[in-house]
Design a protein around this ligand. Structure first.
Ligand SMILES: Cc1cc2ncn([C@H]3O[C@H](COP(=O)(O)O)[C@@H](O)[C@H]3O)c2cc1C
Ligand SMILES: O=C(O)c1cccnc1
Length: 354
């Protein structure tokens, strides 16, 4: 492994501070004085305590929001595991850049900005708004060889960290993970099996909408890749190289970067959650910075979230990715903070507690 990049990642991990439990406890004390039975706002309360803990006081300003969409291609597409052709990855990149994708619409509504990154797209795309961080022109077919080298994984992670460092420098305070990569639910299922120990029959989903026959094939493909590489769950960097994807590694960097900058990061669906689980396996210190947004329809998502001790805010039967669920989650984060800041207390409203 290239020692320079290893050192840089170790340095990033060292920048992650423990959250302030005292601030989280003060947030809860404040919340318990508001005109509602304690705990009755459920996860909206829990999120507020978590945000106070991350911020180190009451209340963070999270006006400037960014969703980072990592795009990459997958060699495993050769095995016929997606309902859509590989070209859709780069076609969708252009769609993100012209503002026409679902995530663009939802981000605009939530007051967030979309940043699209070429981290592993097969052919170069020349566009002034595309963040150019390509580390591989499409991964290799994981059923035949490692998807990437360890070096490429490290470079992808560092690229994700760099993107977030620059956005944090520009004043962004809240991040969401998004991705685009035809075939990436196959890589995600393989990694989910590695990290949870679940059989591919429980981690492989329908992705873009494959039928029963396609699903059986996809399970076989993941089984074959796992049999070839025998990835070790205790070696997350290597597992990412063997059966991962460049956008998944890039999102690991986004998550580490957000935590290192003291910013909460909202996790989207299956692919993003697998990236978050890989990040947690790299360093458990990132976990307190994670907020799960929605429960994807993709089989295995609930188990991946459970493995990190996360519980999603919403379940809208979505299965799109791009960061769509995470950006919807921004609304609930805003709602949580507004409630804490604007509700009356029992005392100020003259309401009896007992
Ligand atoms: C038009 C279109 C837009 C998308 N936006 C996200 N995805 C999602 O579907 C892909 C994963 O599914 P699979 O593993 O089955 O290929 C990813 O690109 C994911 O972001 C899309 C897929 C399509 C077709
Ligand atoms: O949950 C997701 O992120 C997802 C599910 C299916 C297809 N693309 C993304």
């Amino acid at each position: 492994m290239e020692t320079g990049n290893c050192k840089e990642i170790a340095y990033m991990l060292g920048r992650i501070n423990a959250v302030d439990e005292g601030a989280a406890a003060s947030a809860q004390r404040h919340s318990d004085q508001l005109t509602k039975p304690p705990g009755s706002l459920g996860k909206l309360e829990a999120i507020a305590y978590q945000l106070a803990g991350i911020h180190g006081g009451l209340w963070p300003d999270l006006q400037r929001k960014a969703v980072v969409v990592m795009a990459a291609d997958h060699g495993v597409c050769e095995e016929g595991i997606s309902a859509f052709p590989q070209e859709v990855t780069s076609q969708m990149v252009l769609n993100f850049l012209s503002g026409g994708a679902a995530v663009n619409v939802l981000a605009k509504q939530a007051g967030a900005d979309v940043f699209c990154v070429d981290i592993g797209v097969k052919s170069a795309i020349d566009h002034p708004d595309l963040l150019q961080h390509n580390i591989v022109r499409g991964t290799a077919n994981m059923t035949k060889e490692a998807a990437m080298s360890l070096e490429q994984v490290l470079r992808a992670i560092l690229a994700g960290v760099k993107v977030v460092d620059e956005l944090a420098e520009q004043g962004y305070q809240l991040f969401a993970t998004g991705e685009m990569g035809i075939g990436n639910t196959t890589a995600s299922a393989a990694l989910a099996s590695v990290f949870t120990g679940l059989h591919p029959g429980l981690t492989v989903g329908r992705g873009t909408g494959i039928d029963d026959k396609g699903w059986l094939k996809k399970v076989e493909v993941v089984e074959k890749a796992l049999a070839l590489h025998s990835p070790d769950p205790k070696e997350p960097f290597l597992a990412l190289a063997q059966v991962g994807g460049a956008e998944i590694a890039g999102l690991v960097g986004v998550i580490i970067g957000a935590a290192a900058n003291g910013c909460p990061v909202v996790i989207d669906g299956y692919i993003s959650s697998v990236a978050a689980l890989a990040a947690v396996r790299i360093s458990e210190h990132v976990q307190p910075y994670l907020i799960a947004s929605h429960l994807s329809q993709e089989q295995g998502h609930a188990k991946v979230l459970e493995a990190m001790g996360l519980s999603p805010m919403i379940d809208l039967d979505m299965r799109l990715g791009e960061g769509t669920g995470a950006v919807l989650g921004f609304h609930f984060i805003d709602a949580s903070l507004k409630l804490m800041q604007e509700m009356a207390t029992f005392e100020s409203a003259g309401i009896s507690k007992e």
